[in-house]
Structure formats: structure tokens, C-alpha cells
Write a protein that binds this ligand. Sequence first.
Ligand code: NAG
Ligand code: NAG
Ligand code: NAG
Ligand code: NAG
Length: 640
Amino acid sequence: MDTRSRSMKNIVPYGYEMSAVLVAVVVMATQLAPSAGGSAGDDLRSLEAEFYRWREMDAPEFTTETGVHTYDNTVEDFSMVSLETRKAKVDDFISRLSIISTNGLTTSEKYSYEVFNDTLFMVSSNHIWRFYGPLNPINFLEGDQIDPTYSVRILKYETKEDYEKYLSRLQLWPTKFDQYITRFKEATKNGHAYHRVSVNKLPGQIQQLLVANPETSAYYKPFTIDLDKLTISTSDKADLRTRGRQAVLNMLQAFKRVKDYIEQDYMSQTRATYGVLGLPKGIDLYRACLKWHISVDLTPEEVHEKGREEVVRISSEIQTIMRKRNYTGTVAEFYKQLKEQPQFHLNSADELLKKYQYMIYDRIYPQLSKAFKNIPNLNVSVEAMPNDGPGGMYVSGTADGSRQGVFQVNLKRPNETNTFSMMALTLHETVPGHHLQSVYALTASLPDFQRNIEYEKYFAVPYHFPFYTAYTEGWGLYAESLGEYLGIYKDDDELLGRYGEEIFRACRLVVDTGIHYFGWTRLQAITYMTDHTPMSRNEIEIEIDRYITWPGQACAYKIGELKIKELRKTAMDNLGSKFDIGDFHSQILENGPVPLNLLEKIVNNWINEVSGNAATSNGGGATGHNPAVTNLPQLPNIVG
Ligand SMILES: *[C@@H]1O[C@H](CO)[C@@H](O)[C@H](O)[C@H]1NC(C)=O
Ligand SMILES: *[C@@H]1O[C@H](CO)[C@@H](O)[C@H](O)[C@H]1NC(C)=O
Ligand SMILES: *[C@@H]1O[C@H](CO)[C@@H](O)[C@H](O)[C@H]1NC(C)=O
Ligand SMILES: *[C@@H]1O[C@H](CO)[C@@H](O)[C@H](O)[C@H]1NC(C)=O
């Protein structure tokens, strides 16, 4: 399939193969034939800026999330024809990008060019899959029904105009919901529907929002006390409330149509196989999804094999500790008895919160300088998660520090949290994990489209703008391993917590490929996870249904981590005593999220530069920090 020929391998690596003479000739040529906008760098930046302005307009809800309120009055177009118009727009950007000569660019501009090119090609070349994922726009993991308070909370309610915008968005919502139904119908017509495990919770989730009195709806909340605070006339307020009430009513009715359709129609036409392999051209679809998520060329067989190898390796680490303790049962049994020990449980939410804070500020931060340089001075705070979600998640802040990065922790059931797993989770979500990753990218001078990434619409993959999951989540998992390098895990118990988290990510490679490529049943997948991870049956079932719903997504974590470890080893082998781990980490972090193939090139260029083999000296690797950069909040939800 053409989706598989999308490889970055044929791009000549910058730096080491270009002779000085060739560079001189190229520079002359660009000087002789200047393009309309000035230098190639200027042309690139202006095209990237234009692209991002289009993205802001095209994905208005995402734009609201980034803190930009220009399009608060609209919703995203889910019409069938939008599947074609977006491709045409992207192809236009591709043709305009292709005439910008990469020879005139600095090293960091070249990297940006490649991310831009990859972003555009990912969508254009996967247009052939538009009648698959994109036709199934909500599921039990994502969609408007998941957290209605979020889509309301991110809007602004300071003026009458803000309210008019919200009203207008509310009034357009039913159109979007009806477009969902049209898409779902097309999916069933083509035989491209989900398996029922992806949607069987959906009617219940929607039902919860269908209140009889619209004034008690989460969508009406801005019209209650918030509106009182506005300094507009009483009659204007009354008018806004009347229209708000009607708009919410219409919206809930449209939501009900989605629910009824799923229940009465779609559910009976869901696909028979758990994996996408049962769909027409399903195996090729899976390869395309996998490529989209892991951003390197690995076959499903290779991913599966890697997973099995890692499971064996991590199991043996666990077994070493089991032997020390004379434990003779299985790994799963070992963890089960560990989790039941009272010493690993806390009694109150307050104790749990304090323990997380102590881990971050007293145990991790003082060690960071052993492996990082020029650490941006942006702190992270720990707060209670509003809903009962995963154990923890990271919500990033702004570059100017006006909104801090937050580690949201689940404090709902403190006595069920296993304290021995807390350090691995903390390293992953905060420092040196997602928080550190986020602040390096935020303070680097990267174009908007590289800093504000829409981590949403997983259903649409592979016909979707990439968000480089393997880079972001690979880093998170790599950060867990850095805990060992930095000497942070204080005993075998915390190491067991770490191995438990790691083996679970390794199992995902086996199980995701198992389901979508090797035709495993749900039960086979559950059994494999039960045998090799510390997770409970209930947790495992939710996980498996997630893999069934998002083919390839769960593979990104382990593949990304392995790539970063591999690059570190390559750098150490090549540089010997010249290797500096702080500089290595700067290379990884200062260019922001990139495809793994590009990450490899970045590290190779750096190796050549440090070892003195570099033929060019323009730019000099990472983008460097630009303290002048302000605003741009970004990426609200990173799925863990
Ligand atoms: C852009 O990406 C396409 C598809 O991967 C590739 O064929 C092309 O060579 C890339 N262009 C540049 C200039 O890197
Ligand atoms: C394990 O067994 C050995 C030999 O019987 C014994 O010396 C050791 O103390 C035991 N270790 C633990 C942690 O129970
Ligand atoms: C970061 O914030 C925490 C909690 O507010 C505080 O205890 C700590 O001192 C701060 N660290 C820095 C470097 O400002
Ligand atoms: C945790 O505490 C709650 C409320 O106090 C209690 O109902 C529950 O059984 C406890 N769970 C465990 C595992 O101790």
C-alpha cells in the first residue's frame, strides 16, 4: 500500500555527507534566485504560520483549548465533504512547501521543515483511509459525552460577546451531532464499524447528560451565576438565558438522537472481529495506524517480537527480587500479595498528596542536574484530579508561567493506591517526564504548530495530523528508567513499582498486534495481560477494550522509549568520553515532539558535531531557549 512507502529513509541526512564545496554552491544558488518572500527560512516560517492559522479555523474546539478565543462561536465541520476539502487544503500546503529549498535553511529550520512535511504527508497519504476511523467519531473513550464540563469550562464568559459566541457554538452542536450519525451510517454501509466493545457504554454515557430540565445541564452552567457577574442590563441577561435554555434543549435532543441511533441501529451492525484485520484491507489499515503512532518503520511482527523480548527481560528483573525474598509463586501472584500489604497503603487524601509533593520537590528535583542542563525555571504543582480517572495525569502550563504545569493526582481512593508504584508514576508525569518535556518545548523557539498539538480525535487515525505519541510517551517511559540512573528509587519495592509499570507497556506491544494483526480474541489478550502484569482483571478489561478501539496507539510508549535508549547507546558508543548526558537530553527535548526517524537524525547530527565530523555549522543542533516567548498554553490531555 502507498501508506507503507511513506518512509523518511530516502532523505539525505544533513551535515555529514555534504562537502564544504557543495554547501558553498548551494548558498550561491539561493542568493542568485531569491524567492518571493525573502530567505527560505522566512518562506518556511510564513507558510508554517499560515498552516497553523488554517488549523485554528478548521479545528475551533481545539483552538479554544489552546487559550485562543477567535473561533469560540463555531464547531468543527464533520460533514462527509470535509473529508475531501481537508485533503485538498493539505495538498496545497504540500505543493507550496515543496518549492522551498531546504538548502538555505539552518539546522533547526530543517528539522522544523521535516516535521511540517511529515505532518502534511501523514494526512495526505492516509486520505485513502478516510472511510474507516473518521466515520466512527465517538466511542467509550472519547467524544463530547466524556467530560461535558471541560468543553464549557475552556470558553470565556467575560462579555456579552463571549456569551453570543458560546450561544452560537451551542446552536451549531446539533448539526455536528447529526453529522456524526451520517458518518456512522456510512461506516456501517461500508462495513467499517467498530467492534461493539468500543460503543456499548456509549448510550449509558450519553443518557447521564440527558437531564429533563436544561437549566440543570452542565452546558447551561455559564448562564447561571457566571452571568450574574456581567455588567449588562437585566433584560439582556434574561434574553441570554432564554436563548441559552433553548439552545441547550436542542443540543440535548440532538445528543439523544445519537444515543438512539447507536442503540437501535449501529449496535446491530458492529464488526464481528475484535481486531481491524476483519475489515476490508484491515491488515493494511493496521500497518498504517501503527506507523502513524510509532513513527518508525517496524512491521507488526517486529513490534510483537520486541514486546515478547521485553516481557522476558523485565520478568527476569522482577524474578531477581522475588528470589531475594524466597518467593516461589508467579509474577502476578507476587504482585497480588504485595498489593495487599497494609504498609503500601495510605489512609487519607492529604497524606497521599503530601507524599507526591515530597517525591517531586525533595527526592527528584535535587537530582535533576545530574542529567539535564539549562532546565527551564517553570515549576510544577500537584493538585487533586476533579474526576475519578487514572492514577495521575499531567496538564501543561504556559511558557510565561502565568499558568503552571499541573500534576493531577487521583485522591478518590487513597487506601487503594499502591505507594510502591507512586515514584514511577511521578517520574513519568512530572520531572523528568512530561512536565520537563513540556517546559523545554514551551521555552524553545518552535513554530506554533509544533508547540500546540491537538492530542485528540484518536478515532480518525491514520487520517489525522500526527501527534508523535512515540516521542511524548516514549519520553515518559524513558523518564521512569532515568529514576534508576539518577538513583531515585529508594528500595526494591519502588523498583517493583517501576517494573510493574514497564512490563505493562511491554505487554501492550504483544497484545495490540495480537488483536489487530494475529487475530487474537479478547479473552486471549486478557489472559496474556493477567499472566504478565500486576493489574487487576477489571483494569485489564478496560485496557483491552481501549486497544480494540484505538489500533496501534498503545504500542507508542515502549517503542518510543526503546528508541531513546538506543540513541543514547549509539551516542555513548560513538562519543566515548565526549558523551555528556545533559547535552544528549537537550537534543531530545529542545526540538519538541518529532517523528522517531527525525529524532534519530537529530542525534546523529549531534554526534557528528561533537566528534568534530560535521561538515556544516549552520544552526548548531537544538533550537536553544528563547526566554522572550510568551503565552501559548498547550496540550490539555495527554492520555496515559
Ligand atoms: C516529504 O515527505 C515525503 C513523504 O514522506 C517525502 O517523499 C519527501 O521526500 C519529503 N520531502 C522533503 C523535502 O523532505
Ligand atoms: C531465603 O532463604 C534462605 C535460605 O533458606 C535464607 O537464608 C534467607 O534468610 C531467606 N531470605 C528471606 C528474605 O527470607
Ligand atoms: C515549586 O513549588 C513547590 C510547591 O509550591 C515549592 O515547595 C517549591 O519550593 C517550588 N520550587 C521552586 C524551585 O520554586
Ligand atoms: C478503603 O476505604 C474505604 C472507605 O473507608 C473502604 O470502604 C474500602 O473498603 C477500603 N479499601 C481497602 C482496600 O482497604
